[in-house]
Design a protein around this ligand. Structure first.
Ligand SMILES: NC(=O)c1ccc[n+]([C@@H]2O[C@H](COP(=O)([O-])OP(=O)(O)OC[C@H]3O[C@@H](n4cnc5c(N)ncnc54)[C@H](OP(=O)(O)O)[C@@H]3O)[C@@H](O)[C@H]2O)c1
Length: 353
């Protein structure tokens, strides 16, 4: 029997942390050893996540000090950060610094935006505050696992939920030189995309039974998507991105449109996407438009695509909390620890949620 790999979750009471805990509860090798909470150390996990009470019993959130002590004791550890951007980098820096002093080597997947850019200047331009640990940027790679075969850094930055869907839909076509490099993206996200704390713009009662655009052509994820697409495809493309709030809790649907550089029929387009994702367990290319309900609460991404010969529309549906955050992070961590990439993630969507 193989040894369990200790796992740590930062940003403990958040929605992404809750999804990480749900996925890790069924993981055969990664074993949750600490869940850090700034706001609720010592409180029961089940208080924040009643749906997980049957698995985590009396377990409590831990302080930063307790997590630091664990990371200096364990020779290896899987650290997931689900802390907010602007908080995550400094926290990770502190923990990795303590681990290095003790001679241990945790691996980190940061789900926040803190390590998505390669330069601190790019980060500061978008987020309007200095980067929390610029010296560590070179230790992180930002990519979806399907687009990178060889990871050369110790740690990974998850590209985020909208970005995962847009990148899955566009990178194979950009990389093959099939698209003009101006892409037009409309995306719709569920309310869990805004995290646990309700604000006047994100509170579910205001969002439910409604649909509206926000941050049109000015969303902070657009430059991250462009940077990640360039790294994965080699093409410097523009993404004109209009996000929308959708009247549901979980899921993301994006439609990416672009002009073709040469005529291409729908069947050929689908063939290119199928060939690109032939070895990818979690990406399925459909003949019909993808639907959020078919992927909700799963790590699967469904793609659909049509062409009129001159313009393509590629649709992608994922779950924002799973493939777009916690599931994508576990997928990376599996690879970083030499485990099968689908370990603990293969369950299909429930279908009716
Ligand atoms: N929601 C999504 O669909 C999604 C998708 C992709 C990426 N992400 C990213 O994943 C991270 C977590 O997202 P989330 O939706 O889980 O957010 P969330 O529900 O707001 O949770 C974030 C957690 O971080 C902790 N935290 C630590 N310091 C904080 C501070 N100064 N201010 C606020 N919270 C602080 C809090 O937990 P404690 O007090 O217990 O420490 C909080 O519950 C974010 O960086 C987000 O951008 C989210």
């Amino acid at each position: 029997m193989s040894e369990p790999i200790p796992a740590v979750v930062l940003g403990g009471t958040g929605y992404v942390a809750g999804e990480l805990l749900r996925l890790l509860a069924g993981h055969p090798r990664l074993q949750v050893r600490a869940v850090m909470s700034d706001s609720q150390p010592g409180e029961a996990l089940a208080g924040a996540f009643p749906h997980l009470a049957s698995v985590y019993g009396d377990a409590c959130f831990q302080s930063q000090e307790a997590v630091r002590a664990l990371l200096t004791r364990e020779p290896r550890c899987a650290v997931f950060s689900a802390a907010p951007h602007g908080v995550s980098a400094q926290l990770i820096d502190t923990l990795l610094g303590a681990a290095a002093q003790a001679g241990t080597a945790p691996r980190v997947v940061d789900i926040s935006a803190d390590f998505r850019f390669r330069s601190a200047e790019d980060y500061e331009r978008v987020y309007r505050h200095p980067h929390g640990a610029p010296g560590r940027l070179a230790e992180f790679t930002c990519a979806v696992p399907e687009h990178l075969t060889d990871l050369t850094t110790a740690h990974v930055a998850h590209p985020g939920c909208f970005a995962t869907a847009v990148l899955l839909a566009s990178v194979p076509l950009l990389g093959r030189g099939l698209l003009e490099p101006q892409l037009f993206v409309a995306g719709v996200t569920g309310s869990t995309g805004s995290g646990r704390k309700p604000t006047s713009g994100t509170h579910h009662p205001l969002r439910h039974s409604d649909l509206y655009a926000y941050s049109a052509l000015a969303h902070r994820h657009a430059p991250e998507i462009a940077a990640c697409a360039r790294a994965a495809s080699g093409v410097a493309a523009e993404f004109a991105f209009v996000p929308h709030s959708g009247p549901f809790a979980r899921g993301i649907h994006v439609t990416v449109q672009a002009r073709l550089r040469r005529p291409l029929e729908t069947a050929e387009l689908l063939g290119v996407l199928r060939e690109s994702y032939a070895g990818s367990r979690f990406v399925r290319v459909l003949d019909s438009p993808p639907r959020i309900k078919d992927v909700t609460a799963s790590n699967y991404a469904h793609l659909g695509a049509v062409s009129d010969g001159r313009t393509v529309a590629v649709m992608c549906a994922i779950d924002n909390l799973t493939k777009g955050a916690a599931g994508g992070a576990v997928q990376w961590m599996n690879r970083m620890f030499g485990l099968p990439e689908s370990e603990g993630l293969a369950a299909p969507a429930p279908g009716w949620t």
